[in-house]
Design a protein around this ligand. Sequence first.
Ligand code: SAM
Length: 268
Amino acid sequence: MNVNNNSHLKYYSPVFTSSGRDVYNAVGQLMHRNDTSLFRSDLGNWDKFAEYIGEKFKNSPKGNIYSLSSSAGDEVYSLIMKLIEKYGEEESKKFFPILASDYDSKIIRMAKEGYLPMFEGDDVLINKHTKGKFNEYFEIIDNIPECVKDMDIDFDFIAKVKPKLKNKVTFKTADATEECKLVEPNNSIVMARNFWPYLKDENKRIQMANNLYKQLDKNSAVVIGNFDDTSGSFASKNLYDAGFICHPENYCIYEKNAIPTPNIYYIK
Ligand SMILES: C[S@@+](CC[C@H](N)C(=O)[O-])C[C@H]1O[C@@H](n2cnc3c(N)ncnc32)[C@H](O)[C@@H]1O
């Protein structure tokens, strides 16, 4: 099924969730939520984010991009679309494949099979960000695949991710606390977004920040989300304490050698 690229903004609502699913353990405790969305707004301006990556690695033959808590893939698909839009298929090749992981094997199975749950308005949002290319990247399907039925997940419709997008990312099941020790030290962007509160113990968050600092070189960066500084977690403090500095133009980005902004509270 094709989406009309000329659909108007009438359905567009910035407060949607493309994958909403609560995961409980055997004794009924909430373990985590898979909540994620395309072009998630807490990252700020996605065009600027793509420009930041392009600029950072303009003199490098390869830019490594990781998502350590990818959920269904909304975040990585958003970035891939932006990088292609900005730099074209050829020039953006050096950023792919993006290596995406999540410790939730069910959500990773769905991502590996190439399905993405969407909400009404997501097509409009994608068209807005890609100059009307929804149908180049996704196909809306009429059936509900087994891997989606297997999860109690919210959606309005299911999209099959087309190879043009799907081939630019690999998904695997992995725990971010281990995966962060395996990333390439040089020229890497490590997105570890909106998952820090699920590391329930403060020591685990401190350890995660320290391991990232130990692993990454000066030309790499860590990217977090808004949720990481709420819900009892304060990832930005953990990153500052480990030695990272917040990028002056985007509070989500942490680098070893960012130019400090004087009025940020957690400057050491
Ligand atoms: C709220 S979603 C955020 C998804 C995406 N990064 C974003 O910002 O939209 C949190 C995800 O983190 C995953 N997660 C939680 N703890 C994790 C861990 N220790 N290692 C890997 N993934 C984890 C959950 O399975 C869930 O899919």
